[in-house]
Design a protein around this ligand. Structure first.
Ligand code: FAD
Length: 311
């Protein structure tokens, strides 16, 4: 009996194999900072159903889990993450629905932008060139060049985790409580499966022109030269000046800890000059906060999400 039991797989173990849950996967390949220690467990669900099953697997194992899009707004600690990382890359379906576009959570925003432009659908091109996914963009209420994703968001299917159980719910725009860099997904244990964006009919040529213009502006700002996670701090519009300008006014551009540096071209970016540790970036974030507070009295608020940090 004892031996038989040893060889028998538990349902949990069988699910692990079916879902292809891997162990000790370095997260540095899965963040735009190119930094991060290993995840104890890592899975790339191949369907929305598997996405939900992955969450349920973590729940059964009593493990924390984290939904990872393109990793373009996070800093993962050097020690990594003691839980399951659910990486959404394969959930990348995009389809046209009347005048709108429906996209799965792991679809790249840039692909949604191209898909829409190709069909002459306008409204989402302001996010051209942003390296995130649909899930990350909705979670963060991503914004750029005068637009905000809440402006085109119509509804979403979400997995709601309540009392240890998962259910699929439909969230309309009013359920999302969007505000500056905020959606309700940040507060509740609700995870985006797919979203529908409502767009307007226009001319493909005009939309594509605007898309290329925005991509050019981003390239000119040097956004893609070094690994980064975009803006580290939120803007406080009541101050009438951006976080980047405040940091710059404190003379902090090019301040460096190890291989992490406050970007010369955009003071709200911290760049990895090659081989920076997560600790380097984290210490630099804290240094910027301290210097800005000392020199201006302003308390910067972080936009970047930290994963796997104790303090
Ligand atoms: C060069 C560069 C330029 C950038 N420019 C901009 C910009 O113009 N405007 C802007 O707003 N941001 C910008 N960013 C930041 C970043 O791209 C956005 O915040 C983006 O929305 C993050 O998407 P992501 O898929 O990378 O999310 P991740 O970084 O992987 O995750 C961010 C958060 O979203 C959550 N999340 C991801 N998927 C889901 C899901 N399916 N359900 C629930 N939660 C989920 C994660 O758990 C995490 O908490 C930039 C970043 C870079 C590197």
């Amino acid at each position: 009996m004892g031996e038989l039991n040893l060889n028998r797989r538990s349902p949990c173990e069988e699910n692990r194999i079916k879902l292809n849950i891997q162990e000790k996967i370095s997260l540095s390949d899965y963040t735009t900072f190119k930094i991060g220690g290993p995840a104890d467990y890592f899975v790339k669900p191949g369907s929305l159903d598997e996405f939900v099953q992955s969450i349920e697997w973590a729940l059964k194992k009593g493990l924390p889990f984290f939904i990872l899009g393109k990793g373009s707004n996070i800093l993962v600690s050097d020690e990594g993450y003691h839980g399951l990382v659910i990486y959404t890359e394969r959930l990348n379906g995009i389809r046209a629905v009347n005048n709108g576009v429906e996209a799965e959570c792991g679809a790249l925003i840039d692909d949604v932008v191209d898909f829409s432009a190709e069909r002459g659908l306008t409204g989402i091109e302001f996010l051209a060139g942003m390296p995130g996914t649909v899930g990350g963009a909705v979670y963060m209420n991503a914004r750029a060049y005068g637009g905000e994703i809440s402006g085109v968001f119509k509804r979403a299917d979400v997995v709601a985790l309540e009392d240890g159980k998962t259910t699929i719910k439909i969230f309309n725009k009013e359920d999302m409580n969007f505000s500056y860099k905020y959606s309700v997904l940040q507060k509740r244990r609700h995870y985006l499966l797919k979203a529908l964006f409502e767009l307007q009919i226009s001319n493909p040529g005009d939309v594509k022109k605007r898309v290329e213009e925005i991509r050019r502006l981003r390239r000119e700002k040097g956004e893609y030269i070094f690994p980064s996670a975009g803006c580290i701090f939120k803007n406080d519009y009541s101050l009438g000046v951006s976080a980047g300008k405040i940091i710059d006014s404190c003379g902090l551009k090019k301040t460096r800890i190890g291989e992490a540096e406050v970007y010369e071209k955009h003071a709200n970016f911290i760049i990895n000059r090659g081989g920076a540790s997560s600790r380097d970036v984290y210490e630099l974030i804290k240094l910027v906060e301290k210097k800005v507070k000392e020199k201006t009295g302003i308390k910067l608020e972080r936009e970047i999400i930290l994963l796997g940090f104790e303090n």
